[in-house]
Ligand binder design. Structure first.
Ligand code: NAI
Length: 327
């Protein structure tokens, strides 16, 4: 059996946490041969609820769960962390502007970035799920000057999976027949789900669907899926978000399949004309615990306009939070 790795999860008593922790402990994220020590971070008022979650985790008697650390101190939660899933965030309150939301979250992700900087393993893999995920990841990264900027990623995998499911339904195929989906940009309604490079059973997706469905139905459905789930369920997506977080980390840690790629929000490096300085959704392949942007894809005018629009939104978000970066 391998030595246990430390997996930190913030917002551990929340609804995504409840759908996530049991799957991590069951080996869905890092494999059935990898023991884990869970480090659970919550705010002080939620520690009682967290205690209940810890009791349930223990009651599962998971063979792979080596230990649990439950705390309200980020310095303890991120100590020697190999993986960190930053789920806890400040939700938008009544009358709160986007700028207020960005600032309120900055107050969470700035200190957590610093705590990761000071205590986590030097090759820690950080996934930010808490919204606004891309910009929260940027704030954490900018407060962790001693860590490789590439340690910080944001989740667009739920959007990626939603796009796979919509296309599978439309084409009458199974999602396992679909390869090379891409979500470009922000995890927000400006995200751009791109079908131009996708294959369904080996055929190009754009030859199987018409432009009217692509523009008028597919793109808006994927962009608005989070809101549709809130309307139907009366609560935001939790199990599917947790499942996407597991997928993101598993791809990063264990690698992507030959002949396929996944979408990850990662620091832009200028690829595809996206100005550096933001965390942008890109198609990536992963190997040996490292991700690389898929290069050389042809971008038509339709895609270019949408990729630039979501980049513009991210640069605006960046401008709103720059004051929260470590000097
Ligand atoms: P929730 O409100 O059920 O749970 C959040 C938990 O975070 C709460 O238990 C709260 O006490 C905790 N928390 C707040 N501040 C914290 C801090 N500073 N440190 C540690 N814990 C803290 O929310 P839920 O449904 O679990 O969602 C969490 C986040 O994930 C939200 O921001 C939501 O918008 C986001 N989300 C992102 C998705 C994505 O695709 N990127 C998809 C779905 C949700």
């Amino acid at each position: 059996m391998k030595a246990p790795v430390r997996v930190a999860v913030t917002g551990a008593a929340g609804q995504i946490g409840y759908a996530l922790l049991f799957r991590i402990a069951a080996g869905d994220m890092l494999g059935k041969d990898q023991p884990v020590i869970l480090h659970l971070l919550e705010i002080t008022p939620a520690l009682d609820a967290l205690k209940g979650v810890v009791m349930e985790l223990n009651d599962c008697a998971f063979p792979l769960l080596a230990d649990i650390v439950a705390t309200d101190d980020a310095n303890v939660a991120f100590k020697d962390a190999d993986y960190a899933l930053l789920v806890g965030a400040r939700p938008r309150g009544a009358g709160m502007e986007r700028k207020d939301l960005l600032e309120a979250n900055g107050k969470i992700f700035g200190p957590q970035g610093k705590a990761l900087n000071d205590h986590a393993k030097r090759d820690v893999k950080v996934l930010v799920v808490g919204n606004p995920a891309n910009t929260n990841a940027l704030i954490a990264q900018q407060n962790a000057p001693d860590l490789d900027p590439k340690c910080f990623t944001a989740m667009v995998r739920l959007d990626h999976n939603r796009a796979m499911s919509q296309l599978a339904e439309k084409t009458g195929k199974h999602n396992t027949d679909i390869k090379k989906m891409i979500i470009w940009g922000n995890h927000s309604s400006t995200q751009y789900p791109d079908l131009h490079h996708v294959t369904v059973d080996g055929k190009n997706a754009m030859e199987l669907v018409d432009q009217a469905w692509y523009e008028g139905e597919f793109i808006p459905t994927v962009q608005q899926r989070g809101a549709a789930i809130i309307k139907a369920r009366g609560a935001s997506s939790a199990a599917s978000a947790a499942s996407a977080a597991i997928d993101h980390m598993r791809s990063w840690a264990l690698g992507t399949d030959e002949g396929d790629w996944v979408s990850m929000g990662i620091p832009s490096d200028g690829s595809y004309g996206i100005e550096p300085g933001v965390i942008y959704g890109y198609p990536v392949t992963c190997k040996d615990g490292k991700y690389e942007i898929v290069q050389g894809l042809e971008i038509n005018d339709f895609s270019r306009a949408r990729m630039d629009a979501t980049a513009k939104e991210l640069h605006e978000e960046r401008s709103a939070v720059e004051g929260l970066f470590a000097k």
